[in-house]
Write a protein that binds this ligand. Sequence first.
Ligand SMILES: Cc1cc2nc3c(=O)[nH]c(=O)nc-3n(C[C@H](O)[C@H](O)[C@H](O)COP(=O)(O)O)c2cc1C
Ligand code: SF4
Length: 406
Amino acid sequence: MSELPDGLTKLLSPAKLNGIMLKNRIIKAATFEGMLDGNNNISQKCIDFHEDFAKGGVGMTTLAYCAPEPDGRMIASYMYIREEITPRLQQLAEKVHQHGAMLSGQIAHCGAFSRNKALHRKRPVGPTTAFSKVGMLYGLYFTQEMDQQLMRDVAQSYAHSAGIMKKAGFDAVELHFGHGYLLGQFLSPVTNKRKDEYGGDIENRMRFPLEVLDAVRREVGADFLVLAKITMYDDLKGGITVKDSLEAAKMLDRDGIDGIVLSAGTSSQNPMLLFHGDSILPGLISHEKNPMVRLGMRLVGKTMFRKYPYRELYLLEAAARFRDVVSCNLIYVGGATEPGSLEKVMNMGFDFVQSGRPLLRDPQMPLHLAALGKNYVNGCTHCNKCAPLMDDPQGIRCVLNDDALY
Ligand SMILES: Cc1cc2nc3c(=O)[nH]c(=O)nc-3n(C[C@H](O)[C@H](O)[C@H](O)COP(=O)(O)O)c2cc1C
Ligand code: SF4
């Protein structure tokens, strides 16, 4: 370790995050595993998957994504948090802890962005009643505006889920405020057209997301680690801007968030912004079983899957603007693949870094970085062939490792 440059030494040294000590500043980013059994529960494969990152030396790994209630699942076979699955969650926490790593769970509700035909409610719910471009392909033509009682119920479902995770031995939860999920739908002027106190300026659009944070905090207490993942900007006409997100980040900081993960884009409308690199559309089309949906994807795909060529640290410029406006921890995510990039992120004052694809490519990245320093080569090509595997029976994985690892 003594021969490492300062940035990498900082990255690989223990660091405190609210009440817990992480053995280093590398956090496995949420990468929806899709490794579930037939009962909407995490499978042994999912436990092994996270154990690999723990063995490989990450400070913390993140289970994703965990819906807080049945209608929060994008499709009916996904997982939602409930008491019944506590034993599996406990096993996961024990396995991860055995290797000195911490465990977080990403709580995300898909809201209006649903393809779930087995909904408990009549329609997918969101900030505003609207025609659903995503749902249309699955026979879900309209979304339903949430009333205040439903907002309270859903906020409570987040709190309940966080409480279950805490009891199961998780060290943190990550609330999804971005990527076009429910809380992001409230934040975006494109999806939030409300005329009441939950729509309009950024303060109003943040009202429900902050109520969710408040409900979670009340449930888990001040000492438990609560993170937020946000979309800094979405490159959509009339959508989320960095200016608004800076205000949103200040509100999260004021209301007691412990750390903010700084992402971009929306899965529902501009997904390539969050990934950069090769388009995931061909992979999604080839995994789709329904011919009508495949046709729909071909028709709308080109406008939705815009081109964002890969470059290292593609979100750094926007993310750097948050350092001066909040005092909570800031967690960089997005194209931190090479040792020089990781070093730069640390030298620029970010507290932690989340890694998605680089860790999928090499789950032992932290150990390899410690051994090789600046000579470490990760090998992720940003082909993005891992992303469409979310619904694959084998679950997500780096396709380059297909023979080697999983
Ligand atoms: C296969 C895959 C699945 C993902 N699933 C999620 C998810 O469930 N929730 C989320 O917030 N981000 C998800 N992401 C985005 C990552 O968390 C991360 O923001 C993005 O990959 C950029 O980081 P990277 O360059 O380190 O991969 C996913 C990314 C990949 C590659
Ligand atoms: S499939 Fe492997 S190489 Fe391609 S983007 Fe995913 S992690 Fe990187």
